[in-house]
Design a protein around this ligand. Structure first.
Ligand code: 3PG
Ligand code: MG
Length: 418
């Protein structure tokens, strides 16, 4: 485990801290403050240690890429696109700094660039806090050329004697502000959020309390195959639901109608089923479905009490029999890891499977199991069903938790002091 802010003396030190304040923004307003609140324990602890100063930095979206996409979308609909206004509404860190200031009940200074701020940092009052503008306004932040990244990393490193990384959500990126910076600072430690994420995700990936059940869903086999493979090492059972389950059912020779299907992943899915058999891991796939004729929020739900889906229908959610199978497995588990919804839970008529799974995981947790929820959609699901505080841990990382569960070493963690 990496060293944390508890392991070093912070008094009178200048702290430079990477957070993941990549929060949804609309019209220059924070739409969801989960990630900001998740960094508060570290920020408050640091301030209690009476540091000389605390400089915070984060990315917020990917300005150039996001603007390009938004422009294409606008043009398709024949609408005008104002890039400056778009970036103003989505990518500026100033409103985030103001939001944080309210939460801390303390002034948070704002620097309109990440470069050339040394004077401003050193002029902060004793214990003062400053937030830098979006790191991704500098092309060096994400540059593939390491020498270029180092230009920004060196500059950022000047603002602190100690580097703290609490940006778990970004830990799978190898960028100037979250990993390359560590080349230029003497002390580099994890914040409490980073520590908590590692504490819960690490055992799932390496040495969980057994039996462990993994619940893996979502639209695509392609994005989850690495996780599925790594889970074969420790899981007793893997429940596969959501859009990706139909590719597996197809491999097994079932009809899947108009359901989601990845032809390029048939062989991969087939191999996974074989590897699971060899490893003695039980794979649970849907045995019944909630279907519809079309993919739409108004689509009528059609119950189908069998595995085969007729040509005119598509699978949208798991059915009652499948839910019962999952329940048996989940309730006898000591560890549960969940990544990806069981169906199109955003549409009311197809949300039952995911809601029932969320309730079961909450029930198992109340009985003493460790439950870890990772990945954007499953986190959105537990929030929607108001069950996030009934889980042992809900990760703040999407891609980061996925790569962690794939067993990969994350650059934003590997670079910290041991
Ligand atoms: C996220 O939201 O997944 C993290 O903040 C990382 O953002 P990124 O995918 O744009 O690198
Ligand atoms: Mg992302």
């Amino acid at each position: 485990m990496a060293k944390t802010i508890k392991d070093i003396n912070l008094k009178d030190k200048r702290i430079i801290m990477r957070v993941d304040f990549n929060v949804p923004m609309k019209d220059g307003k924070v739409q969801d403050d989960t990630r900001i609140c998740a960094a508060l324990p570290s920020i408050k602890y640091i301030l209690d240690q009476e540091p000389r100063s605390l400089v915070l930095m984060s990315h917020l979206g990917t300005p150039e890429k996001d603007a390009k996409k938004a422009k294409e979308k606008a043009e398709k609909s024949g609408l005008a696109f104002d890039k400056e206004a778009y970036i103003e509404s989505k990518h500026r860190m100033k409103p985030v700094a103001a939001y944080l200031s309210k939460l801390l009940n303390k002034p948070v200074d704002f620097a309109a660039s990440c470069m050339d701020q040394l004077e401003k940092v050193n002029a902060l009052p004793q214990g003062g806090v400053m937030m830098l503008e979006n790191t991704r306004f500098h092309k060096e932040e994400t540059s593939k050329d390491l020498a270029e990244q180092e230009v920004l990393a060196k500059e950022l490193a000047k603002y602190g004697d100690v580097f703290v990384n609490d940006a778990f959500g970004t830990a799978h990126r190898s960028h100037a502000s979250n990993s390359t910076i560590t080349k230029f600072v003497d002390n580099k430690v994890a914040g409490f959020l980073m520590e908590k994420e590692i504490k819960y995700l690490e055992p799932v990936s390496s040495n969980p309390d057994k039996p462990m059940t993994a619940i893996i869903g979502g639209a695509k086999v392609s994005s989850k195959i690495g996780v599925l493979h790594n889970l074969l090492k420790n899981a007793s059972a893997i429940i596969i639901g959501g859009g990706m389950s139909y590719t597996f059912l197809k491999v097994q020779g079932y009809k899947i109608g108009k359901s989601l299907f990845e032809a390029d992943y048939l062989e991969v899915a087939e191999k996974l089923l074989k590897d699971a058999e060899k490893a003695g891991v039980k794979i649970i796939l849907p045995v019944d479905h909630i279907c519809s004729e079309e993919f739409s929020p108004e689509a009528k739900a059609i119950k189908l009490d069998e595995k085969d889906i007729p040509d005119n229908l598509m699978g949208m959610d798991i059915g009652e029999k499948t839910i019962a199978l999952c329940k048996e497995e989940i309730l006898k588990s000591k560890t549960i890891v969940w990544n990806g919804p069981m169906g199109v839970f955003e549409f009311e008529a197809f949300s039952n499977g995911t809601a029932e799974i969320a309730k079961m995981v909450a029930e198992a947790t109340a009985k003493g199991a460790i439950s870890v929820v990772g990945g954007g959609d499953s986190v959105a699901a537990v929030n929607k069903f108001d069950l996030s505080d009934k889980m042992s841990h809900v990760s703040t990382g999407g891609g980061a938790s996925l790569e962690f569960l794939e067993g990969k070493e994350l650059p934003g963690i590997a670079c910290l002091d041991k």
